[in-house]
Ligand binder design. Structure first.
Ligand SMILES: [Zn+2]
Length: 689
């Protein structure tokens, strides 16, 4: 058997992927019947609007390494893929498309608009899943799920009603982050903060002075707050003060509250419960009124008197002018303000009073905390556990309603809001298996084994999956949470498509092949440390693939006959020929044993980079540089034994390398002169010592 002179991933990769798909082994039902142990991972479902970026590629690689490793260990492995309907994100994409045609979603009406979104989804929704195939992901595509599949929707409905009957869901008026462009409330976690220059206005407030960056919301003030410890203002607490305003004279109550920062501005602050999240809480506590002066469209309401109809921005300019004129603007200062913007469309948010649905967090936070505190769920690295637990201590009730059209409609009659996308993604680890039906899949694959994800969605998603799993399945949804690194540019900057700093993994695959790309990424994983991406490692991956190819070519040229796999087993080489082994033989076999142990140990502990380095060093240095070189002189009088050792070490190396670089290893395996091979390297027995 001879291999072509050079390795061409373009010819091999698609062919091998088809071989795998045809084999059926991505599906655990097609794996050996007698195997009882199950191993499962559910993919963090990418948005249907998504396109593969380096973060996806890294996370897909990690999961594929784990799945391939466990599959070879004989587990019934399932890696379940799917996509998220991604409410706001998808709605925005379709709205943008409509805008090009000069239409808005309101022109179409709800029903037609939703049909448009489905059409869009049918056309583009699988792009990202096909990109996962390009990297070599061994997902069971026959089980792919979408968060708006019919039975998935049943799970959403069921869980909502479960909470509702328990009295944990309530409707309430609350000041939430509001995007005037998307016309929806957003959860605290959907807000992007950016430090931007602003102006701090010092405004006379009767005998006091307050400082604010948003003078237009002053029209909605219902109190002034000071710290009760503040000697300057103590005497005013509980009193009504008379103030001059741009809308005439008014009376305002002074309240004392410890949350007031004595060092900010003048130490006295206005309280605007309808337009500030913190002020809302303060208003509830002190039973203050709420005055909504900005409407959901971002314009001033009737309560804003002569300013009504202006946008908040326009009103600010006008109000500042008027304050100057009546002499209540004391001074202004430049100020760096943390401005809240919509995470989807980047519009400046207006915190606003609106009617929303909430899920009570008091009990659920405890459910999210327990398995992590007791070690039933372990974070890797462990350092992520503390911020997770701290966050749960201060959690607010979850605003689960959104005023958009694309999503799961709240299952209450007359209701038009949809559920926050994360409400459905929180159910992912069991809803994908057919919950609330008691399915075989649910029994076999829940709880899943590992969740691999990015650090920025620990609170947004991981915590919510944990309490949902505890509440509905009475078991944590996974045992290990692996938080992967963030991939940065070479200069240490955030990768972003819009900033033009992103690297497209599909381009890398085109240029170097999937194996080289996988290898180059895996080689750089060092814990959850941010990873500065350089092409050099991918180039190295390509060289490594060529090295493996050439070594194999050499070995195949030396190997005259077909061997049975059994005589290639390590023990048989050792037991029948122990006395005949040369010191070179002994050295390579020992180095291989050490490598096997080390790689297993690293994979058990999620040390992907180290495992990659170890197996790379072994193959390149111990095997190619030393053994293969010396084997040439051994061939003369120890031909058979040397052939066997060459083949044995090659075969074992291919197995060890398979989870990292599956295509080339499979291609070579298919060509090895071994009589009783399995159908695929993918289901070969994993080496253990
Ligand atoms: Zn928006």
């Amino acid at each position: 058997m001879e291999l072509p002179k050079t390795y061409d991933p373009k010819i091999v990769e698609d062919k091998i992927y088809q071989l795998w798909e045809k084999s059926g082994f991505f599906n655990p039902d097609k794996l050996r019947k007698r195997q009882k142990k199950h191993y499962s991972i559910v993919i963090p479902p990418p948005n249907v609007t998504g396109e593969l970026h380096m973060g996806h590629a890294l996370n897909a690689l990690i999961q594929d390494i784990l799945i391939r490793w466990k599959r070879m260990q004989g587990f019934k492995t399932l890696w379940l893929p799917g996509t998220d309907h991604a409410g706001i994100a998808t709605q925005n994409v379709v709205e943008k498309k409509l805008k090009k045609e000069g239409k808005t979603r309101f022109d179409l009406g709800r029903e037609k608009f939703i049909k448009e979104v489905w059409k869009w989804k049918e056309k583009y929704g699988d792009i990202i899943l096909n990109q996962f195939k390009k990297i070599g992901c061994s997902c069971d595509w026959s089980r792919a799920r979408f968060t708006m599949d019919d039975d998935y929707s049943s799970a959403v409905k069921e869980t909502f009603l479960h909470y509702y009957k328990k009295g944990w869901i309530y409707r309430g008026e609350r000041t939430t982050n509001w995007c005037p462009r998307c016309a929806t409330g957003l959860s605290d976690l959907e807000v992007e903060y950016r430090k931007e220059p602003a102006t701090l206005y010092y405004i006379k407030y009767g005998p006091l002075t307050i400082a604010t960056v948003r003078p237009e919301t002053k029209l909605g003030d219902t109190a002034v707050a000071v710290n009760p410890k503040d000697e300057r203002y103590k005497k005013y607490i509980g009193k009504m003060i008379e103030i001059k305003t741009v809308l005439g004279l008014a009376k305002m109550k002074v309240i004392g509250d410890r949350s007031v920062d004595m060092k900010f501005g003048t130490g006295a602050m206005k309280v605007t419960p309808a337009h500030d999240i913190h002020d809302f809480d303060l208003g509830e506590k002190h039973k203050l009124g709420k005055k909504q002066v900005i409407g959901p469209d971002g314009k001033m309401t009737k309560l804003a008197g002569k300013y009504s109809g202006l946008t908040a921005q326009e009103a600010r300019i006008k109000i500042v002018e008027d304050m100057k004129e009546i002499g209540i603007l004391e001074k202004t200062e430049p100020y760096i303000h943390n401005i809240a913007r919509c995470y989807r469309c980047k519009t400046v948010l207006e915190p606003m009073l609106s009617n929303q649905w909430f899920l009570k967090m008091a009990q659920l936070a405890k459910l999210a905390e327990e398995p992590v505190r007791t070690g039933r769920i372990k974070f890797h690295p462990k350092s992520f556990e503390k911020p997770y637990l701290d966050w749960l201590k201060n959690i607010r009730d979850w605003c689960i309603s959104r005023q958009i059209w694309w999503g799961h409609k709240i299952p209450i009659e007359g209701e038009t809001d949809v559920l926050d996308t994360w409400f459905s993604s929180a159910l992912w680890p069991f809803a994908v298996f057919g919950y609330p039906e008691k399915t075989k899949n649910l029994k076999n694959f829940y709880p899943t084994d590992v969740l691999s994800t990015a650090r920025d969605i620990i609170n947004l998603w991981v915590a919510r999956m944990i309490f949902s799993g505890m509440e509905f399945m009475k078991k944590p949804p996974f045992k290990d949470v692996y938080i992967h690194a963030t991939i940065l540019t070479k200069e240490g900057k955030r990768m972003s498509k819009s900033l033009g700093t992103g690297v497209d993994p599909i381009n890398l695959i085109e240029q170097y092949g999937a194996d080289a790309t996988r290898f180059g990424i895996a080689f750089q994983i060092m814990g959850s440390q941010d990873l500065r991406f350089v092409d050099d490692n991918i180039v190295m991956g390509k060289k490594f693939c060529n090295k493996i190819w050439n070594a194999t070519r050499f070995i195949l040229m030396q190997t005259k006959k077909n061997y049975s796999k059994s005589i290639l087993l390590h023990s048989s080489i050792l037991s029948t020929q122990r006395q005949n082994l040369t010191s070179t033989d002994r050295k390579i076999l020992k180095a291989l044993d050490t490598t096997i142990k080390s790689v297993n140990n690293d994979l058990e502990n999620f040390r992907f980079g180290r495992a990659t380095h170890t197996v790379y060093d072994f193959f390149w240095h111990d095997f190619c540089d030393c053994y293969i070189e010396k084997s040439k002189s051994q061939m003369a009088n120890r031909s058979q034994q040397t052939q066997k050792i060459l083949l044995y070490v090659l075969l074992t190396s291919l197995k060890l390398l398979h989870p990292f670089i599956p295509f080339i290893t499979e291609e070579i395996y298919q060509k090895l002169p071994i009589k009783d091979k399995k159908k695929c390297l993918m289901i070969e027995k994993w080496p253990i010592i």
